[in-house]
Design a protein around this ligand. Structure first.
Ligand code: FES
Ligand SMILES: [Fe+2]
Length: 339
């Protein structure tokens, strides 16, 4: 029996029950069932020298990894020494070997353990288990992604949507700002608000001036969705790509704003905003102009929902078949992963 069932027919479907957001047990289960089986954002490949330590999903999975770049390849290894568990590389650096600073175990850049002082008498050393684990890893449009145990290959997660975004120029993007927002709400409430433009006229008065509500569209794919907002001339004002469960790529005339949603607790979420600019002269134009104001408006409404779903009079809702396809699709994926 699946834990949650969301009818594939949006006209008949009911939204996720309030328990999913309020019961701490479901928060715990979603860590392994959803986040450990998905892909995670690791920034731009051109930001790396040879070795760059990183953390997969800080605050929830907290997995220490090491991105390795050579002239021939790029990969992602465990950043934990296979001897007694020290973090191997603490700062980005250039190196031709990885050497643990605790007792001197040495690894090649491909993760193979090659030597260790005082281990001459150890039976069968080094063995396969002394090598650093290699994580599933992918690079797309210059952005890097890794997973712990993803249910599907990265291309299955994004390729059907990526075809729609083939015309987007990703060369020359520069990370110009990073900022983390703290939201007092469940991570899925934050995501499902992002996944519909239904609320724009009610919540975002400024944004509503530049996005034509009538022509707003949502397309759903296997693990992702794209929302497109047009301006009054019928030109694309913004495109919003969501990759399940927590990555948002917002395409504006000036470049890409990447949002990574990080669950911290059942009613606490952090959202990293990474601003990748291609054309600074367009920063103050249209739907990509005042993202901070839009974010605060979204946070206020999402935090209000967090209060509301605790009510004993709220169990679940229904969907608008014309305006909430993205949210319905997201809930279906949650139900699928939580099985
Ligand atoms: S923990 Fe790395 S060598 Fe001992
Ligand atoms: Fe919004």
């Amino acid at each position: 029996m699946p834990i949650f069932e969301i009818d594939p027919d949006i006209r008949k479907a009911e939204t996720l029950p309030a328990d999913f957001y309020t019961d701490p047990a479901f928060f715990e289960i979603s860590k392994e069932k959803i986040f450990a089986r998905a892909w995670h954002f690791l920034g731009r490949a051109d930001e790396i020298e040879t070795l760059k330590p990183a953390t997969i999903l800080p605050g929830l999975l907290d997995e220490p990894v090491l991105i390795v770049k050579t002239s021939e390849w790029l990969s992602c290894l465990s950043n934990v020494c296979t001897h007694r568990g020290k973090i191997l590389v603490e700062e980005p650096c250039q190196a031709s070997l990885i050497r643990c600073r605790y007792h001197g175990r040495r690894f090649l850049l491909d993760g193979r353990c090659i030597s260790m002082p005082e281990f001459e008498d150890v039976d069968g050393f080094p063995a396969e288990s002394d090598n650093l684990a290699k994580l599933p890893f992918a690079v797309r449009a210059g952005f890097m992604f890794a997973g712990l145990d993803p249910v599907d290959a990265f291309r299955v997660f994004v390729d059907d949507a990526a075809e729609r975004l083939a015309s987007v120029e990703t060369a020359g993007l520069r990370l110009t700002a990073t900022r983390t927002y703290e939201v007092n709400a469940h991570w899925a409430l934050y995501c499902e608000n992002y996944l519909e433009g239904f609320h724009i006229p009610y919540v975002h008065h400024g944004l509503n001036e530049v996005v034509d509500y009538g022509s707003y569209t949502t397309e759903t794919f296997r693990y992702s969705s794209i929302q497109t907002g047009f301006d009054e001339k019928g030109e694309v004002a913004a495109r919003y790509l969501f990759v399940f469960p927590n990555m948002m790529f917002n395409f504006y005339p000036w470049g890409i704003s990447v949002n990574v949603v990080r669950p911290i607790g059942p009613s606490k979420t952090e959202v990293d905003f990474l601003t990748y600019v291609r054309d600074e002269s367009l920063l103050d134009v249209g739907a990509g102009a005042d993202l901070h104001t839009v974010e605060l408006e979204d946070e206020a409404v999402v935090e209000s929902v967090q209060q509301g779903i605790r009510s004993r009079f709220y169990t679940h809702g229904r969907y608008s078949p014309t305006r909430e396809q993205g949210t319905h699709h997201f809930h279906r994926l949650i139900a699928e992963f939580m099985e």
